[in-house]
Structure formats: C-alpha cells, structure tokens
Write a protein that binds this ligand. Structure first.
Ligand code: EPU
Length: 338
C-alpha cells in the first residue's frame, strides 16, 4: 500500500512534534512499490530526498522542500535457526520496542538491554542504537534495502556496515543514498546477560531471578525514571553524543573536576558523559518558552508544546557553547538536525 501526499505536515511523524511541511511525502509497505515509484517517476531523482523512520532521532528546523520517503514495511519472520541461534527478518516499519518485547517473550536473547528505545526498526542500524552496554550492530546479520543511485535492491552483511558508537556506513558513505526495507537479526537461544552498566544488575535483582523478562523490566524501570516518555513530553532522546576525547584530555579534566565520569574506550580514547557536562553548566531543568532541558536527564532536550525546531536548535547551540567554554569539549548532536 502506498500513500502519496503534497504539503504534508510532519508533526505526527517526529517525536519532537515540530510542525513543518514536506513538499512531497511518499509512504510504502512493499519494497516493490518503492522500485515502481522510482522507475515510473524518474523526476523524483532531482528532488532533495530524506528517508524518515519513526522520527525519534531528528529535529526539523524548517519546512522540507523535497521528497520525504517513509518505509513502512511490516513483518517479523523467522528465516533460519540452529541449536544456538535464530535469525529473524523484521520490516523497517515495525516498532522497535514491540520487536524487543516479542523476542523477550519468545525467549530470544541479545537485545533485551535495548528495551523501550523509541523508533522503528529501519532506523536501528543507521545510528547503531545502544544502551546499557549493548549495541545493536553486534546482532545485525544483514541489512536489506534499495540503492537510490543504482536503482536496485541491496543486501549488506552487518560486518560491512561499519558500525561504531552511534555511527554506521548509513550515516556516512550511504547517507541519503539508500533506503532500509528490512533488517535480519541474529539472536541467541541461550542468554548471556550483560548487567554491568550502572545500576542494571541491582535493578534486576530487585525483581527476582536474572532472566530475559526481568532484564527487560529493569531497563524499562531505569529508563522511565530518567528519560521523558515521548507520549508525555516531546523529545528525541539524547540530543548530543557522549564526546570521545584522548585519554590525556580525560586525565587533565579529572584533575580539575574530580567527579567527572570517564568511560574507558581503548588505550587512546576515553568517553565523557555529555549529560554530566551539561548539568555542571547549570542547564538541567532550564526552560526558554517551550524549549527546554529535561529536569532529570540533561542530555535530553524537550519541546513542552509549541517550540519551533529552530528554537530547540538555538538552545542546543547555547549549551554547546557553554560546555566548550567550561570544559574545552565540543559536543556533537546525536540527533539528525535538518
Ligand atoms: N549524568 C549527570 N547528569 C545528567 C545526566 C547524566 O550527571 O543530567 C551523569 C550520570 O550520573 C552518569 C553519566 O552522566 O554518571 C551517564 O549518564 P547515563 O547513565 O544516564 O547515560 P548517558 O551517557 O547520559 C547514554 C545514552 C542513552 C542510553 C544511556 C544508558 C548516548 C548519547 N546516550 O546516556 O541513549 O539510554 O546511556 O545506556 O550515548 C539515546 O541515545 O537517545 C539515549 C537515551
């Protein structure tokens, strides 16, 4: 099924609930419909194209003068299994957290730490979603989609997706050039839990045994305390990435700010907690009109109602400037600013 609309309001299609218009909007549920669309309307190639998933990781700062493509391919299908693993192909249009719930209840392990992350499955490989010590890149077998430059379908093994911290080939070489239609995940039949992040283990033990359902519930409990629910307050999760700096820079910062959280990356690099840096600059709970900084997690910017995308962006720039002035660290947005 397709939907094609002109001057379409994207307010319901982005979790910041910014009211901007798209000149053209095309939604499809069958990969063949996308192929047909491009084969029969070559003129679309001249339009600026943006591929929109669940809209949970982006900020529109103005109307979009081009073509928005929204892949809404459904389906959760087991395509292979052996004694140890199960391979499941999931359509780009499925809600990520519904898939996680499905796996937890079916006793398929690996992605339970990624519970309650908003968004659709198609967007998951793009920014290599991660939380509580788990990154989805480690569970992606292949990404299937459509290459807009070559006009053909593609199947890319996870090992070639160049997954990094909130990063992948889809944010770089393939940016704007491919559309993800489905993702194949390789999950485990025998769980190996990773409860090492923060208070996760403590939270699971409060619920009883260490099993998939309790780990999922514990993650949901932790996230619900700190992170605003997009159904209540519009937001796009972490607005900035946690900055990665040289180990020496981390050590120097620790001398000046003994409480600064540092996470080891490798011999050369250390990761800082952007939320901590922002809170130290006094932004936590700050509000300017309807744009604000969440009161429990300073890394999350929020729209209390009618903020425009550019108001939220301007607030983010002020935060960036003050963090740079106090710590000499440059924050980079984690959300896609358009
Ligand atoms: N912190 C503060 N003040 C704040 C927020 C955090 O001092 O306002 C401190 C915390 O006390 C802690 C450290 O900063 O010492 C890290 O905080 P937290 O564990 O909450 O995680 P985070 O680094 O802020 C990252 C991800 C989240 C993910 C959590 C849990 C990024 C950009 N963000 O946040 O992902 O849920 O870890 O794994 O990596 C998202 O990407 O949208 C997202 C929510």
């Amino acid at each position: 099924m397709i939907r094609f609309l002109e001057n379409f309001s994207l307010k319901q299609n982005n979790t910041f609930n910014i009211n901007v218009l798209a000149k053209y909007y095309f939604e499809f549920t069958e990969p063949s419909e996308l192929d047909l669309f491009f084969q029969s309307n070559k003129i679309w190639k001249d339009e600026k194209i943006f591929i929109l998933g669940g809209g949970s990781n982006l900020l529109f700062t103005r109307n979009f003068n081009g073509l928005i493509i929204h892949p809404n391919v459904p389906g959760i299908n087991v395509i292979n299994e052996d004694r140890q693993n199960i391979w499941i192909e999931v359509g780009a249009g499925e809600e990520w957290d519904e898939f996680v719930q499905h796996c937890v209840f079916s006793e398929f392990a690996g992605i339970e730490n990624l519970s309650l992350i908003p968004g659709k499955v198609g967007a998951v490989p793009i920014q290599n979603i991660g939380a509580y010590g788990c990154e989805i890149g480690n569970f992606i077998e292949t990404v299937n989609g459509y290459n807009l430059e070559k006009n053909e379908v593609f199947e890319l093994p996870g090992s070639l997706c160049k997954f990094g911290y909130r990063d992948s080939i889809f944010k770089n070489e393939f940016k704007g050039k491919v559309i993800v239609n489905s993702v194949v995940f390789k999950l485990e039949k025998f769980p190996e839990f990773d409860l090492s992040y923060g208070t996760l283990e403590k939270e699971v033990k409060k619920l009883g045994d260490i099993n998939l359902r309790n780990v999922r519930q514990a993650v949901i409990n932790i996230r619900s305390v700190k992170l605003p629910d997009v159904k209540e307050i519009s937001n796009a999760g972490s607005f900035f990435k946690n900055p990665v700096v040289e180990v020496l820079t981390g050590k120097k910062l620790r001398k000046e700010f003994p409480d600064i959280p540092l996470y080891s990356v490798d011999k050369k690099y250390t990761k800082l907690a952007a939320g901590w840096l922002i809170e130290q600059c006094g932004w936590k709970g700050y509000r300017e009109g309807d744009a604000g900084v969440h009161e429990k997690q300073a890394l999350v910017l929020v729209n209390y109602g009618n903020a425009t995308g550019s108001e939220i962006f301007q607030l983010s720039e002020k935060i960036k400037k003050s963090v740079f002035e106090k710590f000499g660290v440059v924050l980079e947005p984690e959300v896609n600013v358009i």
